[in-house]
Every structure is written in structure tokens, then in C-alpha cells.
Design a protein around this ligand. Structure first.
Ligand code: HEM
Length: 183
């Protein structure tokens, strides 16, 4: 039997990921737009280093949370979509969710690889994780470009996801929001 709502652990992790992704995108686009020198001139060296460190730390955290989320899906299942949703609506929901899973796993992996290939440390709060790649500045530059493109894709797909959630909540009023809401 499929559950009527997501398990409380799945609901908590959903909103935690949403919050951390919002922060990672905001800091990421700020650093990507200004570059290291631009950020240092504007915020100072210490704050810029902290922005890089926490961007990387929260990015790695997202990867861990996504793996945990997939594990919870396998272990606990997920509620079925409402019976009265049309086939195109179902396909749109499935495609958006699949894209979000893929993007939120690919994004931190590409960020990790870009950083390691650039010869920079993979900072995770108080630790430095292994880069797992040899230094290769040309590859790093290409991967940072891909990281930026994936960031725009996440913005677009997350925008669709939020718009659909608002439509279910305020227009269709079909109880979808209650399956994932915290209370
Ligand atoms: C889901 C997780 C992540 C998201 C949503 C995210 C988002 C972004 C975005 C949108 C940018 C701006 C790219 C641009 O405009 O060129 C960026 C830059 C950056 N990201 Fe991430 N990122 C994530 C994970 C990571 C991880 C795990 C690392 C490394 C361990 C990392 C390292 C970096 C670095 C160093 C930059 C600055 C690149 C530059 O200065 O050009 N990111 N990130």
C-alpha cells in the first residue's frame, strides 16, 4: 500500500534541501558573477574565503542529503499522484521531479570535480575532503562553465516546480501540498 503522505523524515529533508539549494544558488551566482577578485574587493578577503568555504560545504551537504533522500524513497516509498490528474499532467510532474533529482546530484559532483581539477581544496565545514582528481586547469575551467549552466537549469526547473506546487495548492486545491508540508 502506498502512503497517503510523505514520511516526516522525507518532508523534513525536502524543505531542508530547498533551503540549502536556495543559499547555494545565491552564493554561487554571486561568486560566479564577481569572480574571486571581484568578491574580495567588495566583501574583503576573509568574507570571500568564507563564502567559498560555505558554498562548497553546503554543496557537499546537498549531495549527502540527496543520497539520503533516494535511500528514504527506496525504504519508505512515496504517495501516488491523485487519480484525476491527466496523463500530460502526470508526465510533467514525473519529468520535473526526475530533472530535479538528476540536477541536484550532478551539480555538486561537477562543483567538486571543477574545484579539485583547479587544485583547490574540497572544504566541508571543518574538514578537507579528498579531491579524487589530478590538477587540470583547462578541464576545471570547462567544468566551472558546466556548473554555471547547471545552475541556470536548476533555477528554471525549480521555478516550474514551485509554480506547479502553487497551482496545486491555490488553484486545484487537491491536497498535494499537504503530502509534503511539515505540519
Ligand atoms: C547543489 C549544489 C550546488 C549548487 C546549487 C551550486 C550552485 C552554484 C552556482 C549557481 C554557481 C555560479 C556559477 C556561475 O555563474 O558561473 C556556483 C559557483 C561555484 N561553485 Fe557551486 N553549487 C553547488 C555545489 C558545489 C560544490 C559541491 C562545490 C565544491 C566542492 C562547488 C564549488 C563552486 C565554486 C568554487 C564556485 C565559484 C566558481 C567561480 O568562481 O567561477 N559548488 N555554484
Amino acid at each position: 500500500m502506498q502512503p497517503a503522505r510523505y514520511h516526516v523524515a522525507q518532508r523534513l529533508i525536502h524543505w531542508l534541501i530547498a533551503l540549502v539549494v536556495l543559499g547555494a544558488l545565491t552564493v554561487g551566482f554571486t561568486l560566479g558573477t564577481l569572480g574571486f577578485e571581484g568578491a574580495r574587493d567588495r566583501f574583503g578577503l576573509e568574507a570571500t574565503n568564507a563564502l567559498y568555504k560555505y558554498h562548497k560545504s553546503f554543496g557537499v551537504l546537498i549531495l549527502g542529503l540527496m543520497v539520503l533522500r533516494l535511500g528514504l524513497w527506496v525504504a519508505l516509498g512515496r504517495p501516488a499522484l491523485p487519480q484525476d490528474m491527466t496523463v500530460p499532467q502526470r508526465l510533467a510532474a514525473i519529468a520535473t521531479h526526475a530533472a530535479l533529482y538528476l540536477l541536484l546530484i550532478a551539480m555538486p559532483v561537477v562543483g567538486w570535480m571543477a574545484t579539485a581539477a583547479g587544485g583547490f581544496p574540497i572544504e566541508f565545514f571543518g574538514w578537507v575532503l579528498p579531491g579524487l582528481m589530478a590538477k587540470d586547469p583547462a578541464l576545471s575551467e570547462w567544468l566551472y562553465g558546466l556548473h554555471g549552466t547547471l545552475g541556470i537549469a536548476i533555477l528554471a526547473v525549480a521555478g516550474l516546480h514551485v509554480a506547479a506546487a502553487l497551482w496545486h495548492w491555490r488553484v486545484r486545491r487537491d491536497g498535494i501540498m499537504r503530502r509534503i508540508s511539515l505540519p
